[in-house]
Design a binder for this molecule. Structure first.
Ligand code: ATP
Ligand code: MG
Length: 753
């Protein structure tokens, strides 16, 4: 069980203690209209997790009340996801459609109690009669139908005598209810559609609000856990069960916050768009945030469970950073998988003073992984190294092979470059080198100092493989749709070379390709003849790293690891100076270790950062701006070539921090600073991005948003004060981030009073 108890477990414990329920029975109730995503994983963890913790049971229930969108393939995907995450739903999967007859009978009971009626007004009237937040609705004249009439019509609806939309069954509750959901909600609608399980038996289908509570009751559910957007539906849930006077114990609904992740879209509708628009290869494309996608990519169930546990269960919606999920998988694999060598972009190297072949026996695991196992790495005269591990004109701080700087072949010998061979276009096609016979890894007596060790493979024995390098599917932090897709989310490398043991010895299906990242033998396309590997995740957060000229390597993010990289044959250990900076950034300024790592290792970035700090109260926001935006500029330029300076960036971040401008506008301003070097404040003024504080301008915008969101107004008035943020957010959005948030806040609060 998780260490700190969340509010749901607190409720469950209380209910068990008071004897309200003998056993905890939860359910995970997806609609089978798409593949489950990471948000569902969270719901699965909560529902199955709670049942497990309290020796109860969790049902897997397909909420299949909408015949037009559902399909068996989604049922299979849902089962697969639950199973893969390690949970057990017991004997059988439940389906709401199995209860169609019972639910129908409950509807008859309500009609007989005069608590439900057949309504026949059209959609337009229905909307009109519903009223608004401030005005009560009006009941349809059909509400006066007699019980006999209603029974007759409802049966004929069932028998298919009417067209879609001609009649509906509604609960008779209260057209003046403050909670608008209670204004005679629909219970059944006519739908002449084939149902994937019930076939053509039904011409009417129950609505969520009617079917869900009853399905929970029929299954003996104790705690019906759902996401916050169902908060207002809770009253109907209770009304149905109470009005029917069902035998105790009956279930109660509890809401928690939905999981949202940045750089990710997470609604089945949007995911379906990606699939149908061929933006991805299918629901299980390794870039998809679906369980099937993560599974295909090589994520482990443990890493997903860990992630769900880490983010916890909250009552307020929030956005989780995708790098937290990436951290969880990296952290899991770091403890488990063999380290092997793969060369993605091979450069031929001939060792002139070596003849014959030999096997270098080398462990699969570093010392801190408690696993045993080793393999032989064949070594010979002709090998391949990574093209980027040789530089003819190295930049300062380049630690790998150069014409004058030797390097170690990981698990092997030190080599020194003798000759660079180029083709007619001047491209390097081969290196001639010498090896140092007395420098063998583990018994090195050569006395030669090298600054790094690089991966390599022997040309004869290496196995050609396809490597699929995945990156985030969206380039925008809050993607809206197809326009935000990252065009470089997939790179297929056809001619990568892997050391033979990966294929012939197969110590695992997941590997760390040293200095490259974690990879997984694709469960579908891999064969020994034609190996295919998927990149699971990099060794560090590459979204911050794009900046470094020299690629730091190996597992990094936890602080200790950033410092001890040398252990795993990587190249860049931090200097004392860098370590001191890193410590200052993490301990004093509160930066996370990835950001601190990037800054500390890059002289240009850290000096820029230190300079900008002089004018800033926001070290964290500033650091983020520098490792993302500024770093991109510094990749190709020197500090003195930038048009903008450190203090201007501090100014920009400050504007962002006090919400004078939104982050979208900040990006826009930054682009302008790159081009013109103008002051951010000036740019904001010139371009009319300056905030709007005039109540006469803001007021009508607020009015419009209030009119458009009656449900939320309702909830706010009923006590959900958190919704103030929703309204403020909407106003900011509709003014392109230009409205002054404080003014908006005041006005919204006034108007909603
Ligand atoms: P989507 O909006 O992505 O289509 P949904 O809510 O319509 O999702 P359902 O199949 O109805 O999907 O969801 C099944 C269960 O999973 C519900 O209890 C729902 O609350 C929960 N769930 C769905 N998305 C999330 C999420 N992002 N975070 C947490 N729980 C979620
Ligand atoms: Mg839904």
């Amino acid at each position: 069980m998780s260490d700190n108890k969340d509010f749901l477990r607190t409720i469950v414990e209380k209910d068990l203690k008071s004897g309200k329920y003998k056993e905890v029975i939860t359910r995970f109730p997806p609609e089978p209209n798409g593949f489950p995503h990471i948000g569902h994983a969270k719901s699965i963890c909560i529902n199955f997790g709670i049942a497990k913790d309290y020796n109860g049971h969790c049902n897997l229930r397909m909420d299949d009340t909408n015949p037009t969108k559902e399909d068996t393939k989604y049922v299979e995907a849902l089962k697969d996801a639950v199973q893969w995450l390690g949970f057990d739903w017991g004997e059988n999967v439940h389906f709401t459609s199995d209860y169609f007859h019972k639910i129908y009978d409950y509807a008859i009971t309500l009609i007989k109690m005069d608590k439900a009626y057949v309504d026949s007004i059209n959609e337009e009237e229905m909307r009109e009669f519903r009223g608004t937040v401030t005005e009560a609705g009006k009941r349809s004249k059909f509400a006066q139908r007699t019980i006999e009439e209603n029974l007759d019509l409802f049966e004929r609806m069932k028998n298919g005598e009417f067209k879609d939309g001609e009649h509906v069954l509604r609960a008779k509750i209260d057209m003046g209810a403050a909670n608008m959901k209670l204004r005679d909600p629909l219970l059944y609608r006519i739908r002449h559609a084939h149902h994937f399980r019930a076939g053509n038996e039904w011409s009417i289908y129950p609505m969520y609000d009617f079917a869900h509570c009853l399905s929970d009751y029929i299954e003996g559910i104790s705690h019906s856990i759902c996401t916050l957007e169902f908060e207002n539906n809770r009253d109907i849930y209770n009304w149905v069960l109470d009005t029917l006077e069902l035998k105790a114990p009956r279930p109660y609904q509890h809401e928690f916050a939905r999981l949202g992740i940045n750089y990710t879209v997470m609604s089945k509708r949007k995911l379906l768009e990606l699939v149908e628009g061929n933006q991805v290869s299918g629901w299980d494309d390794p870039r998809m945030p679906t369980i099937a996608g993560y599974k295909r990519r090589g994520y482990t169930p443990e890493s997903i469970l860990n992630f769900c546990d880490q983010i916890g269960i909250a009552k307020a919606n929030s956005m989780v950073d995708v790098s937290q999920l990436e951290f969880c998988i990296r952290d899991d694999l770091n403890k488990k998988v063999p380290r092997v060598m793969c060369v993605l972009d091979p450069l031929k190297v001939t060792i002139e003073n070596y003849e014959g072949t030999e096997d270098l026996s080398s462990p699969y695991y570093p010392h801190d992984v408690p696993k045993e196992g080793s393999r032989n790495i064949p070594f010979s005269k002709e090998i391949f190294i990574e093209r980027e591990d040789f530089e003819e004109n190295p930049p300062k701080g380049y630690f790998r092979l150069t014409p004058t700087q030797p390097v170690r072949l990981r698990h092997g010998f030190i080599i020194t470059c003798k000759e660079v061979i180029k083709d007619a276009n001047g491209e390097i096609i081969e290196l001639k080198v010498e090896y140092h016979a007395n420098s063998k890894s583990g018994s090195d007596t050569s006395g030669i100092k090298v600054k790094s060790a690089i991966q390599w493979v022997s040309s004869k024995e290496a196995i050609k493989s396809e490597v699929r390098v995945y990156d985030r599917l969206f380039k925008d932090e809050a993607p809206e749709g197809l326009e935000d897709i990252n065009p470089d989310s997939l790179k297929v490398i056809k001619n990568a070379l892997v050391e033979p043991a990966i294929v012939l010895d197969k110590p695992d299906e997941r590997f760390q390709f040293e200095r490259q990242g974690y990879f997984y033998a694709d469960p579908i396309d891999y064969t020994d003849e034609k190996p295919v590997f998927n990149k699971i995740v990099g060794l560090k957060d590459s979204w911050g790293k794009k900046t470094n000229t020299d690629k730091p390597t190996t597992k990094t993010s936890p602080k200790q690891e950033a410092k001890k990289e040398q252990v795993v044959g990587s190249e860049v250990a931090m200097s004392d100076e860098q370590t001191a900076l890193f410590d200052k950034y993490t301990n004093e300024l509160g930066l996370n270790s990835e950001v601190a790592n990037i800054l500390a290792r890059d002289k240009k970035l850290s000096s820029f950062y230190d300079e900008s700090l002089k004018e800033s109260n926001s070290p964290v926001a500033l650091a983020n701006m520098i490792v993302t935006e500024v770093a991109r500029e510094l990749k190709e330029k020197e500090l003195n070539e930038l048009k903008f300076n450190a203090l201007q960036i501090a100014e920009l971040v400050e504007m962002l921090e006090i919400s004078t401008i939104s982050s979208k506008i900040a990006k826009q301003v930054f682009e302008e600073m790159v081009k013109s070097g103008a002051n951010p404040t000036q740019i904001v003024e010139d371009k009319g991005l300056v905030q709007i504080s005039d109540p006469n301008i803001i007021s009508p915008i607020i009015d419009e948003i209030i009119t458009k969101n009656p449900d939320n107004v309702e909830k706010f008035k009923a006590g959900n004060k958190k919704l103030l943020g929703f309204f403020v957010g909407q106003v900011l959005k509709s003014t392109g981030g230009k409205a002054n948030p404080q003014v908006v806040n005041q006005l919204v609060a006034q108007k909603l009073k």
